[in-house]
Design a protein around this ligand. Structure first.
Ligand code: ZN
Length: 154
């Protein structure tokens, strides 16, 4: 049985949800894609002008492009208080639980966006208590807290 299912998400469009209880550290789903060289990633216009949501750095030479329909893991949404993380071993990338997750909860991870001037184009609707209102990696969120907080509280 697959540990996940696809459902409409409260965060954004579709999401992946736990189909059973999942323990901290368990693998949730493989993040599938196409291995490309970093040179390709730099030169191909497909990766320009966009936050590379689906592009994972594997090592010095290779990235993994997960922007394909067959990559179900791409449906996982960003959260400021995520319950998963994405890690690579060799050229394989897996989504792991970083907390115990109950059946029915939505999976999420930190997209790891760096702080740029265009951060306002990437609002976050994760609804977690610590949500900074925008999709930005944890280490850079303090930059947002110095600004006017967006209307997100509920
Ligand atoms: Zn958030």
């Amino acid at each position: 049985m697959k540990p996940y299912k696809v459902r409409k998400s409260k965060i954004d469009n579709l999401g992946l949800y736990a189909a059973k209880d999942i323990k901290n550290g368990e693998k949730v789903i493989q993040y599938k894609g196409k291995v490309i060289t970093r040179k390709e990633a730099e030169e191909n216009p497909k990766y320009d002008n966009d936050k590379a949501i689906y592009l994972f750095n594997l090592n010095k030479r290779y990235d993994l492009d997960g922007d394909f329909k067959f990559n179900t893991a791409r449906l996982i949404n960003h959260s400021c208080n995520p319950n998963c993380e994405v890690t690579g071993t060799g050229l394989k990338v897996w989504v792991h639980a970083i907390k115990n997750i109950k059946k029915g909860e939505e999976f999420s991870y930190d997209y790891g966006f760096s702080f740029d001037e265009d951060y306002k184009n990437y609002p976050c609707r994760c609804r977690s208590k610590n949500c900074c209102g925008f999709i930005i990696r944890e280490g850079s969120r303090w930059r947002i807290k110095n600004r006017k907080s967006p209307k997100q509280d509920k």
